[in-house]
Write a protein that binds this ligand. Structure first.
Ligand SMILES: Nc1nc2c(c(=O)[nH]1)N[C@H]1C(S)=C(S)[C@@H](COP(=O)(O)O)O[C@H]1N2
Ligand SMILES: [Mo]
Length: 374
């Protein structure tokens, strides 16, 4: 599949994802398909920025180079990564920085994500920090720069589709992984197999797929995805639709607190007389922890606290459930609102409009009807 430059992609292995773009392939998961504790591979969103690389025929021979501001440059095969460093499996959220973009008014530039640029998988790999320490970080090693095997849409092999980087502290966090397996299976090609980064809690764009090289730099990286308005948001809020010239910007790091309702599906109809419905979903909060999730069926007049399942590890999402009592038959809008450990809750309406539409964490709502639809 990877060797067809036209990317005429059919995805038999994907289950009812919503296609947001075909070239490059971008597809999100409808919220009602995010009802599993661990997102199955066939329901995991896809975000590509360029062409697909060639399919690796011998995954264990895949090599990763670590160079730049290190004592000794390393070139490691996947087989060496698997056997020379402590292996860990962590369930962690991966979320596109543009998730929720379509809720901004005016429309921000980019893929019109609704609530489905998110998934939570079990990633198996080694801590990037362990590998960087093996290479020996110099005092001048302050940022990373990531390179994958996928060329930019022009097809020029020297132009990466995307190449972002992070401050060295995030790279050294034990949860930042070089991952080769997803939900216990070899990392699928679409998700960056044989090898990718998983940088949990921060925009998905840092989690470089088809990872070939990590360049340790003495300054913030300047590859595609790092310059101009890319993954940057205004330091001080600006009016929706305003030009960003002369506006002070910062690189988007931790993603904001967010939740989705995965049951019931939007538009569900219940038999007349139903007075209690079970609601389920997930919540996550970037680098932070989820403190609570509340639900309302009356536009936020009253709230019911959801019961939360403890996360398995840091960066795992929180699965939650609640039973909502309804006063009678009719039409209801259910809203979910997550709050992080610092007391920051999801907004009722999208706040923090920004030109490229990052980090929109407006509450998710689903509509249900009890009894015959009016
Ligand atoms: N090499 C490479 N890595 C990449 C990308 C890409 O286009 N090429 N897209 C990034 C973006 S923007 C996101 S949101 C995640 C999506 O990962 P997924 O397709 O496995 O869901 O991969 C990131 N890593
Ligand atoms: Mo993304």
């Amino acid at each position: 599949m990877g060797d067809q430059p036209g990317n005429e992609v059919r995805l038999p292995e994907k289950d009812r994802l919503t296609l947001l773009g075909e070239k490059p392939l971008v597809a999100e998961t409808p919220a009602e398909l995010l009802d599993d504790d661990t997102t199955p591979i066939q329901r995991f969103f896809i975000r590509n920025n360029g062409l697909l690389p060639e399919l690796a025929t011998e995954p264990d021979a895949w090599s990763l180079t670590i160079n730049g501001e290190v004592e000794r440059a390393l070139r490691l095969t996947l087989a060496e990564l698997k056997s020379h460093f402590p292996v860990k499996t962590l369930r962690m959220v991966l979320e596109c920085g543009g998730n929720g973009r379509s809720f901004f008014t005016p429309r921000a530039v980019g893929n019109p994500w609704t609530h489905g640029g998110i998934g939570c998988a079990e990633w198996t790999g080694v801590s990037l920090g362990d590998v960087l320490r093996r290479a020996g970080l110099k005092d001048t090693g302050l940022h990373t720069a990531h390179y994958g095997a996928d060329p930019d849409s022009s097809g020029d092999p020297d132009r990466p589709a995307i190449s972002r980087g992070m401050p060295i502290a995030k790279a050294l966090e034990e949860h930042t992984l070089l991952a080769w397996a997803m939900n216990g299976e070899p990392l699928p090609f679409y998700h960056g197999g044989p090898l990718r980064l998983v940088v949990p809690g921060w925009p998905g764009s840092l989690s470089q797929k088809w990872l070939k090289r990590i360049w340790v730099r003495d300054r913030e990286h300047d590859g595609p995805g790092m310059m101009g308005l890319s993954y940057r948001v205004p330091v001080h809020p600006i009016p929706p639709g305003a030009a960003a010239n002369d506006v002070e910007l910062r690189v988007l790091e931790s993603m904001p607190v967010r939740s989705i309702i995965s049951t019931p599906a939007d538009g569900s109809v219940y038999p007349a007389g139903t007075r209690a419905i079970t609601v389920r979903g997930a919540a996550w909060a970037g680098d932070d922890a989820v403190a609570r999730v509340d639900l309302s069926v009356d536009g936020g007049t009253t709230w019911i606290a959801a019961a939360m399942q403890p996360p398995r590890n840091r960066y795992d999402w929180v699965r939650w459930t609640a039973t909502l009592r309804l006063p009678g038959d009719g039409y209801y809008e259910i809203s979910a609102r997550a709050t992080d450990a610092q007391g920051r809750a999801q907004p009722v309406r999208p706040t923090n409009w920004n030109p490229n539409g990052y980090g929109c964490n407006v509450m998710h709502q689903v509509v249900v009807t009890v009894g015959p639809a009016p």
